[in-house]
Design a protein around this ligand. Structure first.
Ligand code: SF4
Length: 267
């Protein structure tokens, strides 16, 4: 997404894409930092196989740099310091099948930003589909349509962060809002999509911003569920206060004027 100019043998800003003798290569392919069987509602997804569980995997690296990141230990890690175990696509698919008896419906690519290693999603998701299971991607949506197109045929559902509705907020986290909006539009035409907005005091909590954000989502599809989640002090924003619950409720009320499903999270 950043179109980094990377010297031979080095990685870009995400710490994952490497210039290996002129070839753009993901160094985290199959390197898993965490694997767990989670309730689907934790992704969060409320309108996709509710009540089921999904095998959730993460690697390391991220293409954004959010000061409030709750997963900084893996998002900011690199191949030199991340603690990982190798799971080939087949090995992960076999584990997904084994855990069917515990309610598992497939694999969720999550925890760090999975799309920076989209080749692993593409290959594993194809294997999961062959076994009649589903794939979920939890993403910041900050990659090019070309990366999205590579996984599109295999992914059944996405939870995409729509972190704010201003260019300035996205600049602060090292991203670009237009890229995210494009990602959401393409994903919503091809799969089940839910969105998440973390409300942070004085950063993205104005009624006008939520009005604009939810109106834009409705212009894509007013049936897209929007998760409005509560900020708690974290990372480089440890000095802030948690979001006032009354503010959360007010913003949810505004969003509900435009959208069919608005869920308050973390309150
Ligand atoms: S996009 Fe997510 S994983 Fe990446 S820095 Fe931001 S909060 Fe952390």
């Amino acid at each position: 997404m950043h179109h980094c100019r990377i010297k031979n043998g080095k990685t870009g800003r995400c710490r994952v894409r490497k210039n290996a003798d002129g070839k753009n290569t993901p160094v985290n392919y199959g390197l898993v930092t965490s694997v767990a069987l989670d309730p689907i509602e934790k992704k969060p997804l409320v309108s996709f196989h509710p009540g089921s569980k999904i095998l959730s995997v993460g690697s390391f690296g991220c293409n954004l740099n959010c000061p409030f990141c709750q997963n900084a230990s893996i998002a900011a890690a690199s191949v030199e310091n991340a603690v990982t175990e190798f799971y080939s696509p087949v090995k992960l698919a076999e584990l997904a099948e084994k855990t069917k008896k515990h309610g598992n419906i497939g694999v969720a690519y999550t925890y760090n930003e999975p799309m920076i290693g989209y080749e692993y999603i593409r290959d594993t998701a194809a294997e999961i589909k062959r076994r009649g299971m589903v794939n979920v991607v939890v993403t910041n949506g900050s990659v090019t349509p070309a990366a999205l197109n590579a996984v599109l045929p295999y992914v059944d559902a996405y939870n995409i962060d729509l972190k704010a509705f201003t260019a300035s907020f996205y600049e602060k986290v090292g991203g670009d809002i237009k890229t995210v909006l494009k990602f959401i539009e393409i994903a919503a035409k091809n799969a089940h999509v839910e969105l998440t907005t973390l409300i942070i005091p004085d950063e993205n909590d104005s009624p006008a911003e939520i009005q604009e954000l939810s109106a834009w989502v409705a212009s894509v599809n007013r049936g897209i569920p929007l998760h409005i989640t509560r900020f708690f002090p974290c990372g480089k924003m440890s000095d802030k206060t948690p979001t006032d619950i009354r503010v959360m409720r007010r913003l949810a009320g505004i969003a509900r004027q435009n959208l069919d499903t608005v869920i308050l999270g973390n309150i």
